[in-house]
Write a protein that binds this ligand. Structure first.
Ligand SMILES: NC(=O)c1ccc[n+]([C@@H]2O[C@H](COP(=O)([O-])OP(=O)(O)OC[C@H]3O[C@@H](n4cnc5c(N)ncnc54)[C@H](OP(=O)(O)O)[C@@H]3O)[C@@H](O)[C@H]2O)c1
Length: 284
C-alpha cells in the first residue's frame, strides 16, 4: 500500500510579526513568556528574554527554546514590544541602559509594582507608549487577573496589544492609573486572603469530622465554584448567596456567625490596609 506523505504543518503564531523582549524573565516574566509559547501568541524566534545572570540565561534558553541573554539593549533594539519584569528598584537603571534603543514606534508594558508610567516615560526621553499592568500569581495557571492602565502616548491599538499579552494568563481589566494601588490591595494581595479563607474552611471541616484532604478539596472547589458562578452568570454575589440561603435552613445560621465575627468588615479593612501600604511603597 502506498504510503501517505504527512507534511508537518506549523500553525503560524497569532501575531507572527511582533518582536518581543521580556526584560527580567523571572517568576512573572517567565510565566508570561511561557504562556506566549503555549498560546502561540508570538513566533518563538521573535521572542527574546533577558535575566541578570548568564548561567541562568543559558539554562532558560535551553528550557524554553527561545533566545535568553543578559544584554537588555540588544534585546530592545530587536523588539517592537518590550516587557519590563525586573524588580521595581531595578527599573531606573534598566531604563538608563535601554534608553538609546527606545523609539516612539516601540511599546513598553511594565508590570513592576508601583512604578508609574510617568517615571518610565520621563526616563525614556522619547514619546514612548507605556502601559502599566498589575497581574497576580494565579497567572501561573492561566487563572490570573491583570489590571492595565495607559500612559500618555498609548494608542488604542497598543492598549489592545497589551491586553492580548495578559489574556494569555487570565482576565484583564482596564483602570485609571490612580486605581493601581487599590488593584494591588485587592487582586494583587487577594490570593493570600482567599488561601486563608480556604485554609480556615478546611480547618472547620476537620473540626466537624472530615478527613483533612477531603475538607481541603471541598473548601477549595467551593471557592472556585462560587467565583465561577459570579463571573459566568454575571449575577450580583448577594443574589447568588440568597439562592443558597433557605428560610430557617443551615446557611443562614452560618451567615449569622460570619456577620457576628465581622468577616465582611475585616476583609474590607484588609484591602484598605494593603492599598495604603501599596501607596507608601509607590512613594518610596
Ligand atoms: N511575582 C508576582 O506575583 C508579581 C505580581 C505582580 C507584579 N510583579 C512584578 O514583577 C516584577 C518581577 O517580580 P518577580 O516576582 O517575577 O521577580 P523575580 O523572579 O526575581 O524576577 C526578576 C528577574 O529580573 C532579572 N533581572 C534583574 N536585574 C536585571 C537586569 N538588569 N537585566 C535583566 N534582567 C534582570 C532577574 O534575573 P536573574 O534570574 O538572573 O536574577 C530575574 O530573572 C516585579 O517588579 C514585581 O513587582 C510580580
Amino acid at each position: 500500500m502506498a504510503e501517505i506523505a504527512v507534511e508537518a504543518t506549523e500553525v503560524p503564531a497569532k501575531m507572527p510579526h511582533v518582536r518581543v523582549a521580556v526584560l527580567g524573565a523571572g517568576k512573572m516574566g517567565g510565566i508570561l513568556l511561557q504562556a506566549f509559547l503555549k498560546e502561540n501568541l508570538f513566533a518563538p524566534e521573535k521572542i527574546h528574554g533577558t535575566v541578570q545572570h548568564a548561567e541562568r540565561a543559558l539554562a532558560l534558553s535551553t528550557q524554553w527554546g527561545v533566545n535568553v541573554g543578559t544584554d537588555n539593549r540588544k534585546a530592545v533594539e530587536q523588539a517592537d514590544l518590550i516587557l519590563i519584569g525586573v524588580k521595581p528598584f531595578q527599573v531606573a537603571s534598566l531604563m538608563e541602559e535601554i534608553k538609546p534603543a527606545l523609539t516612539k514606534a516601540k511599546t513598553v508594558v511594565s508590570f513592576a509594582a508601583s512604578v508609574k508610567t510617568s517615571a518610565i516615560e520621563d526616563a525614556a526621553g522619547v514619546e514612548l507608549a507605556v502601559v502599566r499592568a498589575m497581574p497576580n500569581t494565579p497567572s501561573a495557571l492561566g487563572a490570573g487577573v491583570a489590571a492595565l492602565c495607559r500612559g500618555r502616548y498609548v494608542s488604542n491599538e497598543k492598549m489592545e496589544l497589551a491586553q492580548r499579552i495578559f489574556e494569555t494568563v487570565g482576565r484583564t481589566v482596564i483602570v485609571d492609573e490612580k486605581h493601581m494601588d487599590a488593584v494591588t490591595g485587592l487582586s494583587g494581595s487577594g490570593p493570600a486572603y482567599i488561601y486563608i479563607i480556604i485554609e480556615a474552611l478546611a480547618e472547620a471541616g476537620v473540626k466537624v469530622g472530615l478527613p483533612r484532604d477531603t475538607a481541603t478539596q471541598l473548601a477549595a472547589q467551593t471557592a472556585y465554584g462560587a467565583a465561577k458562578m459570579v463571573l459566568e452568570t454575571g449575577y450580583h454575589p448577594a443574589l447568588l448567596k440568597d439562592a443558597v440561603t433557605t428560610p430557617a435552613g443551615c446557611t443562614i445560621d452560618g451567615i449569622l456567625e460570619l456577620e457576628e465575627g465581622g468577616l465582611r468588615v475585616t476583609l474590607i479593612k484588609a484591602v484598605m490596609r494593603a492599598t495604603q501600604r501599596a501607596k507608601e511603597l509607590a512613594a518610596g
